[in-house]
Design a protein. Structure first.
Length: 374
């Protein structure tokens, strides 16, 4: 009798389970419809229907290619999806990256991996206190029997991994300034063009105070992004323990080039064509110009606001973010998503800010809260 009652009770509960699954399905469908409607409204407002922009088919092809790139990078780099996305966005924008984080969290590995997957030539320069500018750019020297000859330095590659860049003094770091801005290098009296595409991806350790040097403002402004790389999640760190560079050689990841330098140049051209509405342009300008004012809570903590390179950076990076999300037009959230990476190293803080523990990210948060798209 007791068994029959339990059986009856179970039979009564079964439909409730089915109803729950059906409810989840309906909820998912509803959420999908809401997203589609929201995207349609955003396209009507910011999509520029009559403007020239890449076709959605072309965008989808790039979206699929980027997915393949990310999948290949994941062979060597565990987690850190936001960092990987930002590194990919950097080469879509034809921009340089400064990657900051504590030792041992795979900063150099991430950059080295993306260099290989991109199919580009790469050179790693380990910055030290005794490194000379000519060790980076090259030198003109006299060779007996041949005369004067130019020996090109490691900067002549598509990807330059500038490891621990803040370990060298300003004189050495400044060797990169011409290369980063003008994509050329002057050796003696001769100017040489660098290979295209050309990226400097530098790492720095924020912890050490001795034996390190502050980057010159003229150079740091030339980095499109400053990325902050944090600790991995629990599950990611568990995987890192068994698949780490101490136990496994880099070659064992068997990374394959997914694209080529020529394809990167095509991707950059498509990124530039992504439509950006006049409303978004005004939104970008309002954000950047706000950093030059004092009329908000953290305004007095700013010594100098962002240069026009910040406006240019937000302009192109928001286009890259739209492409990464499979859209051929920019929406306000694209600007907000890239704002911290573009602005954090361009806001020069006062001594008071440093003393009171106010960083540039807090200032950017307040600006984004106050500024809304027109």
């Amino acid at each position: 009798m007791g068994k029959r009652r339990r059986h009856k009770k179970n039979k009564e509960k079964a439909p409730v389970k089915e109803e729950g699954e059906e409810h989840k399905k309906e909820k998912a469908e509803h959420s999908k419809r809401e997203k589609a409607e929201h995207l349609k409204k955003e396209e009507e407002e910011y999509g520029g229907a009559h403007e020239k922009k890449p076709s959605i088919e072309e965008i989808n092809r790039q979206f699929e290619l980027i997915a393949k790139i990310k999948k290949e990078i994941a062979k060597a780099v565990t987690g850190q999806e936001k960092i990987v996305d930002s590194l990919i966005m950097a080469f879509l924008c034809d921009g340089h990256v400064l990657l900051e984080g504590v030792p041992g969290i795979a900063k150099t590995l991430a950059i080295k991996t993306i260099a290989i997957v991109s199919g580009c030539t790469s050179n790693r320069i380990q910055f030290t206190v005794d490194l000379l500018p000519t060790d980076i750019t090259g030198v003109t020297t006299y060779i007996p029997g041949k005369g004067f000859e130019t020996i090109k330095g490691p900067i002549f590659a598509n990807f330059i991994i500038a490891d621990e860049i803040n370990r060298s003094p300003s004189k050495t770091q400044s060797a990169l300034i011409e290369a980063m801005q003008e994509k050329q290098v002057t050796i003696s009296k001769t100017t040489f063009s660098l290979p295209k595409p050309f990226f400097v991806m530098a790492t720095q350790n924020p912890l050490e105070q001795s034996g390190v040097y502050t980057l010159p403002e003229a150079q740091i402004d030339r980095f499109l992004f400053k990325l902050i790389m944090g600790y991995p999640e629990y599950s990611e760190e568990e995987k890192i323990m068994s698949e780490n560079m101490t136990l496994k050689k880099f070659e064992e990841f068997d990374l394959k080039p997914i694209i080529s330098p020529g394809e990167i140049l095509k991707m950059q051209a498509i990124t530039k064509k992504v439509y950006l509405d006049d409303k978004i342009k005004k939104y970008i300008l309002n954000i950047v110009r706000k950093t030059r004012t004092k009329d908000f809570k953290y305004g007095n903590y700013i010594g100098w606001g962002c240069s026009p390179r910040a406006s240019i950076g937000l302009f192109i990076a928001s286009k890259a973010k739209a492409l990464m999300d499979g859209r051929n037009f920019v929406i306000p959230s694209d600007v907000r998503d890239v704002a911290h990476n573009i602005l954090r190293h361009r806001i020069i803080l006062t001594y008071r800010a440093r003393a009171e523990g106010i960083d540039s990210d807090k200032i950017i948060d307040e600006i984004l809260d106050k500024e809304n798209p027109l």
